[in-house]
Design a protein around this ligand. Structure first.
Ligand code: G1P
Length: 289
């Protein structure tokens, strides 16, 4: 029996420089796809996968992310008075229970590994998930829920994975595969953002992780890797041998909402899926293409 995963870390301290000026005074995780901020998609996916404790690793100017998951009494009162029950219920549905959400700060932008390490005291000796909100995943069941199912069988560390064109390996953590059944791949190593010519495969890590607490032992060393940053990929790689490492080619579509094109595509794809908008959006798009 593997230990259940009840805690999830959301690293949300990034500066969002690729989305300036939109992100000058607003966190990139608050950018809405249709009408819901990226962070809310990720939090909902985590909850649907059985996550109970939400930990945000924030930075300067990110307070609004925590406000988003708190009551807005004035707004709720007005919606109630005006009989806008759907809007009100939509807000109340995402409200965490008291104490279910915590936050800590990453005071310096030293990399994803450092961000995750900043949350170590919330995790202690338990397995945990990490979700990167700018990887938006449209899937049913959700990507993390699919990973939990696999984790129940494999244990160890499990990441979401996707095959990418070889010219893009330098944007991702890449698996060095030793066993692969086409859905689940076991890795014997990992490389962060390798040049296409050096990449051991084209199977890339997407921003969903189930990790064992042993990874903190490696993050403690704060070794710098690709880009001079403390890389989560390097710390995970060092656990291989002690802990099995699998990449799951999840069923669903992933949108890289850290890029403008990915963000536009996500907006269109999610709008097309909506009962209240899909037909109108499909009709409207015909005027443009
Ligand atoms: C991070 C990780 C990388 C992973 C990617 C997924 O990179 O370091 O291993 O493949 O997320 O989105 P970043 O996108 O923060 O540069």
């Amino acid at each position: 029996m593997v230990k259940p995963v009840k805690k999830a870390i959301f690293p949300v301290a990034g500066m969002g420089t690729r989305f300036l000026p939109a992100t000058k005074a607003m966190p990139k995780e608050m950018l809405p796809v249709v009408d819901k901020p990226l962070i809310q998609y990720a939090v909902e996916e985590a909850r649907d996968a059985g996550i109970d404790e939400i930990i945000f690793v924030t930075g300067r100017g990110k307070a609004v992310l925590l406000d988003h998951f708190d009551h807005s009494f004035e707004l709720e009162q007005i919606l109630r008075e005006r009989g806008k029950d759907d809007a009100l219920n939509g807000l109340l549905e995402v409200m965490p229970r008291p104490g279910q959400i915590s936050s800590t700060r990453q005071q310096q932008p030293l990399g994803l590994g450092h961000a995750v390490w900043c949350a170590r005291h919330f995790i202690n000796d338990e397995p945990f998930a990490v979700l990167l909100a700018d990887d938006l995943i449209m899937a049913e069941p959700g990507c993390l829920a699919q990973m939990m199912e696999v984790y129940g069988r494999t244990g160890g560390n499990v990441v979401a994975a996707e095959d990418v064109p070889r010219e893009f390996t330098n944007r991702y953590g890449i698996l060095d595969i030793i066993e692969d059944d086409g859905t689940l791949a076991r890795a014997q190593g990992l490389v962060e953002k390798p040049d296409p010519k050096d990449a051991p495969s084209t199977l890339s890590i997407i921003g969903r992780y189930i990790l064992q607490p042993e990874v903190f032992g490696h993050l403690d060393k704060q070794d710098r890797g690709a880009g001079g940053e403390v890389q989560l990929t390097d710390a995970m790689a060092r656990t291989i041998g002690d802990i099995p490492f699998h990449g799951l080619r999840f069923k669903g579509r992933r949108f890289d909402c850290g890029s403008k094109l990915g963000f536009v595509e996500a907006t269109i794809a999610f709008a097309l899926e909506r009962d209240d908008l899909g037909d109108d959006v499909r009709h409207m798009l015909k005027n443009y293409v």
